[in-house]
Design a protein. Structure first.
Length: 409
């Protein structure tokens, strides 16, 4: 049985004290810590292979290009994409979704068309669609969350009625960053595909935490970030079906994405180069490939079981605290738990927990519309990853007991 203790020595950041207490890092839904092998890979690239990729004829450029395209192939394998050309490197989930909205949406949406979203979407899977809807005249429609208090998952009872002929694209999160809900994304993709509707999955909270097979899911696009899966910041990827990518216009213009340039017009390269204008973030891409290797050396099924077990234990332990409101499902969930107290603001909880060396996240978690539906302004979120342990839940509960005593007596 895999345990977080088995890998803690791989993560340098964890071996420090905060306010005189051992660091308990429970802010993994915001960003994960990096294993030594990823840090070393980034450093080694800059020390040995640093040169601009593609079109170079010298040894360093050739090595850099080989490493960069090798990382693309590694990421493709990580999510079981059919072709490395279906992987576009981006800055992260946000840019990946903006790319689809601008390029595919700009070319295909028209007045009267409908973009279907859900009520639990992160702003990064909402605002880009608002922008393209304003630009094209398309409308937004939403799959509701279940229950009057929005404690569960999506209410899919009326999905067939929502999937009307006007719907051209359905974008939804794989895992809610606030509720911890794991959505039935393969089912959603199948229902959309049967109607010729394009699907976009926000994979920010799922990638690196569970197995992801884009061909088994049947999605058209899958967006994710490297920094939440033990990779470094500033790099992410968009998976897109090759036929869709090759039919889409460029997202940005510049060097690297063109085949022929004339004064009045230009011709584009095929995917993925078409969507990677300018100098790409090749060093961070190489580190992302190493992060894929690291996670697969442990096993994503094992990581998923580990994260879910910790979240379930935390949910049960936190439920014993007076006045707590726990969000999300009571059963199967991802590795995060969000909660709120009527008499203590989330920012106060996070600030006081920091005194005990605990890193939490407090706020609306880029989920303002969902928070309004919850009749909340903020929640506190504890999110777990492969290096967390059950003992850290003990530290969290004791800290919250201290905080509640301070504020409520």
């Amino acid at each position: 049985m895999f345990s977080g203790r088995d890998v803690r020595s791989d993560f340098p950041t964890l071996h420090q004290q905060v306010n005189g207490k051992p660091l308990v890092y429970l802010d993994n839904a915001a960003t994960a810590q990096k294993p030594r092998v990823v840090i070393d890979a980034l450093s080694r690239f800059y020390e040995r292979d640093n040169a601009n990729v593609h079109r170079g004829l010298h040894a360093l450029s050739n090595r850099a290009t080989e490493a960069y395209e090798g990382a693309r192939a590694r990421v493709a394998k990580f999510i079981n994409a059919a072709d490395p050309a279906e992987i576009i490197f981006t800055r992260g989930t946000t840019e990946s979704i903006n790319l689809v909205a601008s390029s595919w949406g700009g070319a295909n949406l028209k007045p009267g068309d409908v973009i279907l979203l859900t009520e639990m979407e992160h702003h990064s899977n909402l605002v880009p669609w608002q922008l393209i809807a304003q630009r094209t005249g398309a409308k937004l429609r939403f799959v509701p969350v279940a229950g009057a208090n929005v404690e569960g998952g999506l209410d899919l009872s009326g999905l067939n009625a929502l999937l009307t002929p006007e719907v051209k694209l359905f974008a939804f999160t794989h895992v809610s960053n606030t509720l911890g809900v794991i959505n039935p994304v393969a089912k959603l993709c199948a229902q959309a595909r049967a109607r010729g509707i394009i699907t976009v999955i926000d994979g920010a909270q799922s990638i690196g935490h569970m197995p992801v097979d884009v061909r088994a899911l049947g999605c058209d696009f899958y967006a994710f970030s490297g920094h939440k899966m033990a990779g470094v910041t500033g790099i992410g990827a968009l998976y897109g079906r090759r036929t869709l990518l090759d039919a889409m216009p460029p997202y940005q213009g510049g060097g690297g994405m063109i085949s022929v340039v004339e004064y009045q017009q230009s011709k584009w390269k095929p995917s993925p180069e078409r969507f990677e204008a300018g100098t790409p973030n090749f060093a961070d891409a190489v580190a992302l490939g190493v992060a894929c290797d690291y996670l697969d050396s442990i096993g994503r099924d094992a990581i998923a079981r580990h994260d879910a077990a910790l979240a379930q234990e935390a949910y049960q332990r936190l439920a014993t605290l007076p006045g707590i409101r726990l969000l999300g499902p009571t059963g199967e969930r991802s590795g995060l738990v969000s909660f709120a107290f009527a008499d203590v603001h989330a920012h106060d909880i996070v600030t006081f927990a920091d005194e005990d060396g605990i890193a939490l996240r407090g706020g609306h978690h880029c989920n303002q519309p969902l928070m309004r539906k919850l009749s909340l302004t903020s929640t506190t979120r504890a999110s777990f990853y492969l290096y967390n342990t059950a003992e850290e839940i003990d530290v969290l509960v004791k800290s919250l007991q201290r905080i509640l005593k301070f504020f409520t007596g």
